[in-house]
Design a binder for this molecule. Structure first.
Ligand code: NAP
Length: 258
């Protein structure tokens, strides 16, 4: 029997952070599941590449240059997606940045930048997508990307962890407010995933960090972007039709071992 609950044919998805890592893997997977995918990213060239790769495999995709920390740009991206396909069914808020500084060294500028992208960027995406979905009247699924970093104190990750904890609160709150419109809102909290972000921030220590993470996991390996893309697909699709306000933790069975 075909797995129709995971079939996204006829649906439109807007995915932020689609140029790289988890966002790119999610764009490719949702397109494979049949969605028309709008690939949005600050990295316009990367978004174009993801869209081209989807189209090369017979899927439907369009690139969008987008800075999620700019409310007007997020509103325009949602409006353009609706104009292009006549609808918006899935909003995956995946774009994010990492920042490391100790609590004592954290400046106002550090905090403002991380909150602008990792929290306000998600808030704008949720607000604009929910408004479009309410106007459309056929429900929808909004997915946010938080982190296993919200579960524990982690050295040098105050700004990042605070923004991600706020995203979880946003997810739970919005779910209570838009459920009556048939809109579901859920969060994903990945463990440590091998992506350009973790490459950049761990640098030369990447392989050693990967070995440590793999040893900590009952599954004996590190996470890959596709592991998180599958979690997003589950939450975006009808397979999770009775799931809202929840946090899914694809972390290989391990909390961040700080
Ligand atoms: P990534 O490979 O760096 O991808 C993030 C993408 O977001 C990049 O293309 C980046 O563009 C883009 N971006 C950054 N700021 C943006 C902005 N203001 N507007 C639009 N796009 C912007 O990172 P990733 O590891 O896939 O992370 C994806 C999400 O998962 C993030 O929210 C991250 O916090 C979360 N997460 C990751 C892990 C992990 O272990 N990798 C664990 C937990 C949660 P630029 O390259 O131009 O900056």
């Amino acid at each position: 029997m075909p797995l129709t609950a995971y079939d996204l044919t006829g649906r439109t998805a807007l995915i932020t952070g689609a140029a790289s890592g988890i966002g790119r893997a999610t764009a490719l997977l949702l397109a494979e599941a049949g969605a028309s995918v709008h690939c949005a990213d600050l990295d316009a060239k990367g978004a174009e590449q993801t869209s081209a790769d989807i189209r090369d495999h017979g899927g439907r995709a369009q690139p969008r240059a987008l800075d999620v920390s700019d409310r007007a740009q997020v509103a325009a991206a949602v409006a353009e997606s609706v104009r292009a396909d006549g609808r918006l069914d899935i909003m995956a808020n995946i774009a994010g940045i990492m920042h490391r500084s100790t609590v004592l060294d954290t400046s106002d500028a550090d905090l403002d930048r991380v909150l602008a992208v990792n929290f306000k960027g998600v808030l704008y995406g949720c607000q604009e997508a929910a408004r479009a979905m309410i106007a459309q009247g056929s429900g929808g699924s909004i997915v946010t990307m938080t982190s296993g970093a919200i579960d524990t104190g982690a050295p040098e990750l105050l700004c990042y962890g605070a923004a991600k904890a706020a995203v979880y609160q946003l997810t739970k709150t919005l779910a209570t407010e838009v459920g009556r419109h048939g809109i579901r809102v859920n969060a994903v909290a990945p463990g440590w995933i091998r992506t350009p972000m973790t490459d950049r921030h761990i640098g030369d220590g990447q392989e050693a960090a990967a070995r440590t993470m793999a040893q900590c996991s009952p599954l004996g390996r590190v996470g890959e972007p596709q592991d998180i893309a599958h979690a997003v697909l589950h939450l975006a699709s009808d397979a999770s039709a009775f799931t809202t306000g929840q946090l899914l933790r694809p972390n290989g069975g391990v909390q961040m071992p700080w």
